[in-house]
Design a protein around this ligand. Structure first.
Ligand SMILES: Nc1ncnc2c1ncn2[C@@H]1O[C@H](COP(=O)(O)OP(=O)(O)OP(=O)(O)O)[C@@H](O)[C@H]1O
Length: 235
């Protein structure tokens, strides 16, 4: 579904990603691991079309999207939940979800309503606070809203940047359950940047480890002890 071959990305003249190749297959959850500053966020932004590629190719749903703008990738079924969540602070929860529809076209309002209902079913707490402004929500509620907003676009691939960062364990658990449900019910692929190895090991089928802009290790989580990865990351 997503196939990246040898991409190089720079900030100015300094390379931030160097010949990165990775794959997310249909209905697969894949974790990207690595210490701060190794290029994980840049990788997700590049996949979403928010940062240009100097070399290499990105193929999504059989289309070469290497130079495609972000809106085109969104229409092909990519959705991105950025670190820091990126919700609109002055819009209500419901408005935040509804503006996501505007990014897409050709869908009936009934289909939109169904997706909205599904988002509220996955995150019932959001329904309770649907009239509250995004900026007045707790960190956990904002994260749930950010995921829900990506979901109402009915994506085929969800890109998540550290969705559990700074959240308490009970909220992390709720988010994990919702993501697992989304994965199996909507049959989508998920590419997740995650610092918590325990979360990554429960949730992901495969992993990639990044170091200084390169992939230095990869494999199936079931074949690998997270302790070995922890030692590799030096955490
Ligand atoms: N807009 C920018 N201009 C210049 N350099 C940048 C920019 N954004 C990030 N960098 C640098 O690129 C490198 C990779 O950053 P990136 O945010 O992708 O890493 P990361 O692995 O996601 O880190 P973190 O976990 O801290 O978010 C870092 O050295 C960072 O300082």
């Amino acid at each position: 579904m997503l196939s990246i071959t040898g991409i190089t990305v720079t900030y100015g003249k300094s390379p931030v990603l160097r010949e990165v190749s990775l794959e997310v297959r249909r209905e697969e959850a894949v974790a990207i691991l690595g210490r701060n500053g190794v290029g994980k966020t840049t990788l997700l932004r590049t996949i979403m079309g928010l940062h240009p590629v100097i070399e290499g190719h990105i193929v999504f749903q059989d289309f070469d999207v290497t130079t495609a703008p972000a809106y085109r990738r969104a229409r092909l079924g990519m959705a991105y939940v950025p670190q820091g969540r990126g919700i609109f602070p002055y819009l209500t929860v419901e408005e935040n979800l509804k503006v996501a529809f505007a990014a897409l076209y050709g869908r009936s309002s009934r289909a939109n309503e169904r997706l909205l209902d599904y988002a509220f079913e996955l995150f019932p707490a959001l329904y309770e606070i649907r009239d509250r402004k995004g900026g007045n929500l707790s960190g956990g509620q904002q994260q749930q809203l950010a995921i829900a907003r990506a979901l109402v676009t009915a994506p085929r691939l969800l890109l998540l940047d550290e969705p559990t960062e700074g959240l308490q364990p009970s909220i992390v658990q709720q988010i994990r359950e919702a993501l697992s449900r989304i994965r199996y019910e909507s049959k989508i692929g998920i590419l997740i940047v995650e610092q918590r190895l325990d979360f990554a090991w429960i949730f992901a089928d495969r992993y990639y480890v990044m170091h200084k802009g390169q992939i230095v290790d990869s494999g199936f989580t079931r074949d690998r002890d997270p302790g070995e990865i922890e030692a590799m990351l030096g955490v």
